[in-house]
Design a protein around this ligand. Structure first.
Ligand SMILES: NC(=O)c1ccc[n+]([C@@H]2O[C@H](COP(=O)([O-])OP(=O)(O)OC[C@H]3O[C@@H](n4cnc5c(N)ncnc54)[C@H](O)[C@@H]3O)[C@@H](O)[C@H]2O)c1
Length: 319
């Protein structure tokens, strides 16, 4: 199978590219590592993934480039975009609009214009942030969106575009990822910041009082769900939660993380972030039914994986 993965220099995209390559598929890896907010990490990841068997690199900005080569794939996994609630305020709003909405619109248009045969199956990354904060029960895919940040608004629009494309015959699937963690996690994300602070012996910077909770989901589980969605003929435009069924508070996650490290760490409280949900909580019924998938990685084991990666980053810096 010929697969195109957008955002292949990023956290989730790099693991998805690795997995398709390991399964013997031809992969067109698409990204612009130079535009990443953390270009050093992006270039390093890009070099790793594009060296894998069967992977061809395509440096292209989805907001401007000719995307016919991407649209020629059998499956497109669209993970490129500008994630993060915090950075989407102020000037970040236009960036989210460009790299999430405009990039997705252009990608879907290219897939629909494919002249020779029907368009590829397109798996599109969405986010739990479209729900806002979960109430007393897990969020189901049919719950009305309640975005509370420019990032979340951009993802609601990405979903709308993918549903319209599905009505026009494109086989799109929307995966709502919930707080993904593991090796190569983005530097702006909580566990990355906590792990680096703990390894430096600095206090852990926590936004808010630590009582917010998340359906933290290991990237290995996210890759499994994404590959399953790429392989199945699913109802066009369907939305599927990809999240761990058991939310954990930030305070409990910190206890696990410091336990794995074997350190006692101080916490430095910072003001809560506007637009951050108090709780995310995935209902996993649909993922189980349609993909045969549930997240199985336990948080302590998953954090141990991520910390092992942070240690390798340090060895590279010292070496
Ligand atoms: N990490 C999470 O917890 C999480 C949760 C929910 C949704 N998501 C979504 O999953 C996707 C991947 O997230 P991630 O954490 O791996 O992010 P990431 O920032 O690590 O990866 C995104 C990649 O997209 C690339 N990119 C951005 N704009 C581009 C453009 N115009 N053209 C080409 N490439 C471009 C970036 O260079 C980057 O390498 C995003 O769409 C994100 O919104 C992530």
């Amino acid at each position: 199978m010929r697969v195109a993965v957008t955002g292949a220099a990023g956290f989730i995209g790099s693991h998805v590219t690795d997995a398709f390559s390991a399964a013997g598929h031809e992969v067109l890896a698409v990204d612009v590592p130079g535009r990443s907010p953390t270009p050093e990490l992006a270039w390093r990841t890009w070099a790793e993934v594009t060296a894998r068997p069967g992977v061809v690199a395509m440096e292209a900005d989805l907001a401007v480039a000719d995307l016919s080569a991407v649209a020629a794939a059998d499956v497109v996994v669209h993970l490129a975009g500008r994630p993060g609630v915090r950075d989407s305020w102020g000037a970040g709003r236009a960036v989210a609009e460009r790299d999430n909405v405009l990039a997705t619109r252009r990608l879907l248009a290219a897939c629909m214009e494919r002249p020779e045969r029907r368009g590829p199956r397109v798996v599109v990354a969405s986010s739990s942030s479209v729900y806002g904060s979960a109430g007393p029960r897990p969020n189901r895919e049919d719950d009305p969106p309640s975005p509370v940040s420019p990032y979340a608004v951009s993802k609601v629009e990405v979903e709308r575009l993918a549903r319209v494309a599905a009505r026009d015959g494109l086989r799109t699937v929307l995966l709502r990822y919930f707080s993904v963690y593991g090796p190569r996690q983005r530097p702006d994300m909580a566990f990355h910041r906590f792990a680096e602070a703990a390894l430096d012996g600095r206090p852990l910077p926590v936004f808010g009082d630590g009582r917010s909770s998340r359906s933290f989901t290991h990237v290995r589980d996210v890759v499994a769900a994404t590959l399953a969605a790429s392989a199945e003929d699913l109802p066009p435009g369907v939305v599927i939660n990809v999240g761990h069924a058991e939310p954990v508070t930030v305070t409990d996650a910190i206890a696990l993380l410091t336990g794995v490290l074997g350190v006692r760490a101080e916490v430095r409280r910072e003001a809560p972030v506007a637009g951050d949900a108090a709780r995310t909580w995935a209902d996993t019924d649909r993922a189980r039914r349609l993909l045969g998938w549930t997240a199985t990685t336990d948080l302590a084991a998953g954090l141990a994986d991520q910390i092992a990666w942070h240690r390798t980053l340090r060895e590279v810096r010292v070496g």
